[in-house]
Design a protein around this ligand. Sequence first.
Ligand code: NAD
Ligand code: TYD
Length: 340
Amino acid sequence: MRRILVTGGAGFIGSNFINYILDSRDDVVIVNLDKLTYAGNPENLAGAEKNRNYQFVKGDICNNELVEYLFNKHSFTNVINFAAETHVDRSILGAEPFYNTNVIGTNVLLEAVRRHKIEKFIQISTDEVYGSLGPEGLFQETTPLSPNSPYSSSKAAADLMVLAYHHTYGVPGVITRCSNNYGPNQFPEKLIPLMIINALNGQKLPVYGDGMNVRDWIYVEDHNRAVEKVMERGKTGQIYNIGAGCEMKNLEIIKLILSILGRQENLIEFVADRPGHDRRYAIDSSKIRNELGWRPVFEFNDAIRKTVEWYLKNRNWWENIISGEYRRYYKLQYGDTLSN
Ligand code: NAD
Ligand code: TYD
């Protein structure tokens, strides 16, 4: 049996990881340590709660004593660190929680891994640590780090720490750097769910700048299958880029969402650009494909429809969110009030 500490497992990608693993394997026990910030939602794990191989612990990865207690109690074989503050716009409004959780929190976990021998520590990082690309080229694992936002700089700091702990102390760390994810359970501050929900509510769709920024999109289950591959076969001390080779301009995606929902393009509203807005991300994932035999299986055109359908079927999930803290954030970010 693997005994895995998953951190941040009540958020978007972590909850999809836990649900995917528990649905597909019975040789794994998962302890999910999550602080339940605004982004963590126990509803994302309703199915997992019934599984005897799953346990939830509400707590902070910055809490040394709690982390030490959990390591002693469960003798983990693996740690997968999804826990983070993740939204670029929020990091621009206030950076402190980003450096606390993403840097200090990762350090607390690495120190625990130093004290307790485990098989592998997987740091879930992001392609945003590489900065921004011009019209040509792809991010490779060897591309120099050049983060531009408080969010990406905090993730880059954590990556460097994982590599330093591997080099100095032999901590069995591995880093994955994935491109933009989409799928069920994504908090509606990120592009795709925000546009789906605003369109459904007849609210304006705020496009930053000229809408021509490019992101490289991957369905969340493809990302999580890659994380599983890294857990099984990834080499410690290594970095693996993860991407599905699906570059899209923001405006293209927004228009596609409107057409799937049968809504008018006059909902689109160009708004002030994000400060320091990265122009283009695009991932070269040949290393994980060649060395670990991973490849994405979801096609963007099918998976985006599947995602839209999930939001249509799970209205309660997002209506609960937009009636809470989200309202305050939305007003700060867009200077606009949600209509209902
Ligand atoms: P999310 O914001 O949806 O969820 C983050 C989770 O971490 C939440 O459940 C939250 O409660 C928890 N958390 C936050 N601070 C914590 C703390 N101090 N202690 C314990 N738990 C805490 O994020 P996500 O989109 O699921 O991203 C997960 C990871 O994947 C992050 O590390 C992120 O940097 C990385 N990533 C995300 C994307 C993407 O497109 N969303 C792409 C590449 C990499
Ligand atoms: P986002 O989902 O925040 O992810 P990233 O971490 O890549 O910035 O944003 C994706 C892209 O969509 C990015 O170029 C910013 C843009 N965007 C908008 O134009 N309007 C919005 O309201 C949001 C949230 C994002």
